[in-house]
Design a protein around this ligand. Structure first.
Ligand code: CA
Length: 224
């Protein structure tokens, strides 16, 4: 199970990440509402743990943005704000639960199990556009029903482009997602994967193609 932890208190974030890891739960971390929003649009998580007092915006804007996109991902608000109005505000914004700091990790885990047992609003697991279908969990792509084998990074790139179909994926974002914090990545490494994926899509007769948006990034859309 992989979570997104949104928390600007870095000490708390790392303590919580460590505690969760001891219970077999791994997580990514975002320290601002903007980062959280971007990560939630480009990767898939089992749940979100969300602080409300973030440096750039109220955490509630993250929940509202998720629900506007009809994303049913469970959200648990972790906040020092204990007022009843804040709890109601959080739940009204679309959060699933609310835990006041400080809390015991065991309680957080119990709440997580509870929100994840709730039947989610049905969300298609497979991303389908044009004649292309991609299963993010199995990392399987098919075009017109024919499997197109992808390497792990090609698959990550495919998912990223599909999740932002019709919108340009900035280079920096793609590099972050594909290579993370690896420092020894050559400046043209991303191009190499784009080139390979583009060739596979073209070779399989995909109705979607990857366009280069000069100076900005890449865009997946219906091939002209
Ligand atoms: Ca905070």
């Amino acid at each position: 199970m992989r979570l997104l932890l949104v928390e600007d208190d870095l000490d708390l974030a790392s303590a919580l990440t460590d505690a969760l890891k001891r219970h077999g739960v791994t997580g990514d971390h975002a320290a601002t509402a903007a980062d959280a929003d971007l990560m939630l649009q480009t990767a898939s998580y089992a749940a979100v743990l969300l602080d409300l007092g973030l440096p750039d915006d109220d955490g509630l804007t993250v929940v509202r943005a998720l629900r506007r996109r009809n994303d049913p991902i469970p959200v648990i608000i972790l906040s020092a704000r204990e007022d009843v109005e804040d709890r109601i505000g959080g739940l009204d914004a679309g959060a699933d639960d609310y835990l006041a700091k400080p809390f015991a990790v065991e309680e957080l885990l119990a709440r997580l199990r509870a929100v994840m047992r709730r039947p989610p609003v049905v969300q298609p697991r497979v991303l389908a556009h044009g004649n292309l279908r991609y299963d993010p969990e199995l990392r399987e792509l098919d075009v017109e029903g024919t499997a197109v084998p992808l390497s792990q990074r090609e698959a990550e790139l495919m998912e990223l482009l599909l999740r932002r179909i019709g919108r340009t994926v900035p280079r920096a974002l793609a590099e972050d997602q594909l290579f993370g914090l690896e420092s020894a990545v050559g400046s043209n490494a991303l191009e190499v994967y784009v080139h390979r994926l583009r060739r596979k899509l073209d070779g399989a007769g995909a109705s979607l193609g990857i366009e280069t948006v000069r100076g900005i990034g890449y865009l997946l859309r219906e091939a002209a």
